[in-house]
Design a protein around this ligand. Structure first.
Ligand code: FCA
Length: 352
């Protein structure tokens, strides 16, 4: 799939983001793309009365990553001429009723990042009942046996490789700061039920150990509520249990996890210079880079919400209008960003 560059700032997406940023609890939300005020289709696509409708269901409307994904999906809708229905669904009931709701609105397809990938078979059957073509983004749906649903087209990240670059970045920075691995503790926030998270944390662990980090000093800590406060709460007991450790590194499946750990170290007045946190996404970690003084959030692997939002929406549009099915698997890559290079890298992605 091709990379595309467009102008930003379409009003519906902006309005939606304002609602999400104001702390609107995740719920069905058809503001933005689903409106009937059909905007022109500058890039061609279907003109006239029958614009196709496509749903984009995400597990969290408050996580910046998903706001960005929606924003780029909306760009595809505006450019190609279809209506995008954005729905946040943070539990099984909301996911299933979102699919019924889309069916009732006459939507033709849906892209989903489910709050629980084990809902896979239920999602497939609901989509079928509602005549919705289905593809997954970010988190791959699994069947009752825990194996990926290979028939559902999926676009995700190259999780193991991206995790490896997190581990390498931490190891390189430790070396630069002259830290002795034996004196350092690692908080690794885990979501073991989610393959992409397992792979990311697994890749980072693998590289750290390869670089000489003692495996026994990697404290795997389950991350139950997948937001920054949830990560802070998860990290605190781990830090408390190791009062002798003075230098910490942190990694997780995304920025929010690492930001939570970093906030926990700050709460315990561990100096930023004694913390090396490396995230994934770039979309929320960037807030720490913008602070005047460095924090313990040292780097992130910047992903492409544009590819995850725009490309999936375009692929679904082609599927419903031309019958062209998306590839079964597409995996995207990332770029390491720090305070030094984040501006130019984020500009390239249309994020600044
Ligand atoms: C998962 C994570 C998100 C983002 C996405 C690509 O869904 O929860 O933060 O990293 O994969």
């Amino acid at each position: 799939m091709k990379r595309r560059h467009f102008l930003f700032g379409f009003l519906p997406a902006a309005l939606l983001l304002t609602v999400a940023a104001a702390g609107c609890s995740p719920q069905q939300n058809t503001a933005g793309g689903g409106g009937t005020a059909a905007s022109p289709a500058p890039g061609g696509g279907s003109l006239g009365g029958d614009r196709p409708k496509i749903g984009f269901v995400v597990k969290s409307a408050t996580e910046v990553w998903f706001q960005q994904e929606w924003k780029f999906a909306q760009e595809a809708a505006d450019k190609l001429g279809f209506d995008l229905v954005k729905i946040a669904a943070d539990d099984a009931d909301k996911v299933l009723s979102a699919l019924d709701n889309l069916g009732a609105q006459g939507a033709k397809g849906v892209i989903i990042c489910s709050p629980d990938v084990k809902l896979g078979p239920a999602i497939v059957s609901k989509a079928k009942d509602n005549n919705l073509k289905l593809m997954s983004v970010d988190d791959r749906l699994v069947g009752a046996d825990g194996k990926p649903l290979a028939d559902v087209p999926h676009l995700g990240i190259s999780a193991r490789d991206i995790g490896r670059s997190v581990g390498k970045a931490i190891a390189a920075e430790m070396k630069k700061r002259g830290w002795k691995p034996a004196e350092v503790g690692a908080v690794a926030l885990t979501i073991d039920e989610l393959e992409t998270a397992r792979e990311r944390v697994g890749g980072a662990t693998e590289e750290l150990v390869k670089a000489g980090f003692p495996e026994a000093n990697i404290y795997r800590t389950p991350w139950k509520r997948h937001d920054i406060p949830g990560a802070l709460d998860a990290a605190n007991p781990t830090l408390t249990q190791h009062p002798d450790v003075k230098k910490w590194v942190a990694f997780a499946s995304n920025d929010d996890g690492v930001l939570g750990v970093v906030r926990a170290t700050e709460g315990r007045t561990i100096p930023a210079s004694d913390v090396i946190g490396v995230g994934i996404n770039g979309t929320s970690g960037v807030d720490d880079f913008k602070k005047p003084n460095p924090t313990g959030f040292f780097a992130s692997v910047l992903l492409s919400p544009r590819r995850h939002g725009y490309d999936t929406a375009e692929a679904m549009y082609r599927w419903v209008t031309e019958g062209k099915e998306p590839p079964k698997e597409t995996y995207t890559t990332g770029t390491l960003i720090t305070r030094e290079n984040y501006r130019e890298e984020m500009k390239k992605e249309g994020l600044l």
